[in-house]
Design a protein around this ligand. Structure first.
Ligand SMILES: Nc1ncnc2c1ncn2[C@@H]1O[C@H](COP(=O)(O)OP(=O)(O)OP(=O)(O)O)[C@@H](O)[C@H]1O
Length: 510
């Protein structure tokens, strides 16, 4: 590099960007030092990803300057960004499912020379890179067969396969359990000590206070300030982000949980025993939490019940009657809902508008008695949900692919929470969602359970699951290892059950 001694590794000054009439970034300034972890925070749609896409060459800025080591750069595409040493791990996974882990990691190097690559060497290098991160993944495995956690690790390895000077991580831990997240933090601290500058985007404030040195907050496309993490606190950061105080993160529910059972699952098994003899029941009006480490079978269990994966055996009883859920169509017909954790693949139809996405599931609620769509009802339903969840969009006709990641997640949720269900499974309800919107989602869940629906929430976010669940089932190795009543909720207890250990005696006797 021409000027490696410049004070800052990266300076973005006066950056503005509009998409058509919508102004997304307005004169944004951010400076990143050498060997620093710099957090970039802001509500969903504040412009964080857009700023990073300008840095990496995906989008072109309308005005402003980007300096790398004191020299102005003009990346025109992601290849230019990579050559300059700028690597980005995006929120949405971008791996090619049919290629191997190693091929994905070195894809950018293939180009025209594909036939001349030394595959043995590439696979060995990829394996070394993954091993150095401390995760267990076979570099010759096909990406389609990996879990979402493993896919995320491959994305990170891919970003580090170049001589990286600036590493951008856009919500990297959303799929990680606390152990995996800690492994990532150890890696980031190592990279920082090697002089890499890291821009870290997250909606988990506790992560910021754990690993970041500096924080810049974006609000509606304007930078509201840069602070040293040691000089600030979560309340001040939230105020900068959303412009108000957040009084109650987990709004109280005043609901009598019925002693009836709405859904009973008996001896459920999936293929390969990823789900291995699961039995539990859900009551009307209750929020049942499902905790456990990645790979413990939580998502698979919900998918088996919803009919999205094939059951080996097991019985499902809804309102006292045995039912068959051999496909999602069966499940939806029985009023069993499922909000997937993988919003890009299973949560929303990206090329369709917000209105169409929401209406697809709520057709009954918005059609008239002759079965025709009642346009007035449809708009009032959709606009009501856009307002309630604060989905950042100029109108309901915008395609979901043009929304920010967190706003896509809100659409995925709105789809399901607007229809009549008896039981609804929500996998990671607030993944990628900002703190203000989290509270709105918890309010919506409260409204749903008030109607007598049983809501099953799968969550890796400990404060969240303890804040909203009435009881928590903890999965370990495909089965329910333990149940925690409200007075037993603690991170320690969840973790102990998650790794297959009993609770400490004095806590269990409480
Ligand atoms: N290609 C595009 N066309 C039109 N609008 C876009 C496009 N990309 C982003 N936007 C809009 O720009 C705004 C900022 O989006 P961006 O993805 O940068 O937000 P973010 O701060 O990263 O949000 P999140 O926390 O949800 O990821 C949003 O309102 C989004 O709808």
């Amino acid at each position: 590099m021409k000027n490696d001694k410049s004070e800052y590794r990266l300076e973005m000054t006066g950056i503005s960007k509009s998409f058509g009439p919508v102004s997304v970034l307005k004169n944004v300034n951010i400076k990143i030092a050498h060997g620093e972890i710099h957090a970039l925070l802001g509500e969903n749609g504040a412009g964080k990803s857009t700023l990073m896409k300008i840095l990496s060459g995906v989008h072109q800025k309308d005005s402003g300057k980007v300096l790398l080591n004191g020299t102005e750069i003009h990346p025109k595409n992601t290849h230019d960004g990579q050559v300059l040493g700028i690597s980005v791990v995006y929120q949405e996974l971008s791996l090619v499912n049919d290629l191997s882990v190693a091929e994905n990691i070195y894809l950018h190097k293939l180009g025209a020379s594909k036939f001349w690559m030394n595959w043995k060497e590439i696979t060995e290098n990829a394996q070394k890179l993954i091993d150095s991160l401390g995760f267990k993944i076979d570099a010759s495995a096909i990406v389609r067969d990996l879990s979402i956690v493993q896919k995320q690790v491959v994305e990170i390895a891919k970003a580090l396969s170049e001589d990286t000077k600036v590493l951008v991580l856009d919500e990297p831990t959303t799929v990680f359990d606390p152990n995996d997240a800690q492994k990532l933090f150890d890696n980031l601290n190592r990279l920082k000590n090697e002089g890499v500058s890291i821009i870290y985007i997250s909606h988990h404030l506790e992560e910021i206070f754990k690993i970041a040195d500096t924080v810049t907050v974006l609000r509606d496309g304007v930078d509201t300030g840069t602070l040293a993490v040691s000089d600030t606190n979560p309340d001040d950061v939230i105020r900068l982000m959303i412009g108000r105080e957040l009084k109650d993160m987990f709004p109280k529910r005043d609901i009598e949980i019925s002693e009836d059972v709405i859904l009973e699952v008996k001896n459920l098994y999936g293929k390969d025993n990823i789900v291995n003899d699961v039995s539990f029941s859900v009551k009307p009006g209750e929020v049942l939490g499902i905790a456990g480490l990645g790979g413990s079978g939580r998502t698979e269990m919900a998918k088996l019940i919803f009919g999205a994966e094939k059951k080996k055996s097991g019985t499902i009883i809804l309102n006292g009657k045995e039912v068959k859920t051999n496909s999602p169509v069966d499940a939806v017909g029985l009023e069993i809902g499922f909000v997937s954790e993988d919003r890009k693949e299973e949560g929303v139809f990206l090329p369709l508008s917000i209105r169409k996405n929401i209406s697809v599931t709520s057709f009954n609620a918005i059609s008239n008695r002759f079965g025709f769509l009642d346009i007035k009802k449809e708009f009032s339903n959709v606009l009501g949900l856009i307002g309630k969840l604060n989905i950042k969009t100029p109108n309901s006709e915008v395609d979901v692919k043009n929304l920010s990641g967190g706003n896509q997640q809100k659409v995925a949720l709105a789809k399901w929470l607007s229809i009549d269900s008896k039981v609804i499974f929500i996998d990671e309800p607030t993944r990628g969602v900002d703190v203000g919107a989290k509270v709105e989602i918890y309010n919506l869940i409260n409204e749903v359970v008030k109607k007598g629906v049983g809501v099953v929430v799968i969550s890796s976010d400990m404060p969240e699951i303890m804040g909203i669940a009435d009881r928590i089932l903890v999965m370990h190795e495909g089965t329910i290892y333990g149940e925690l009543a409200k007075h037993q909720f603690s991170e320690e207890n969840i973790l102990r059950y998650s790794i297959g250990k009993p609770l400490k005696q004095n806590i269990q006797l409480n």
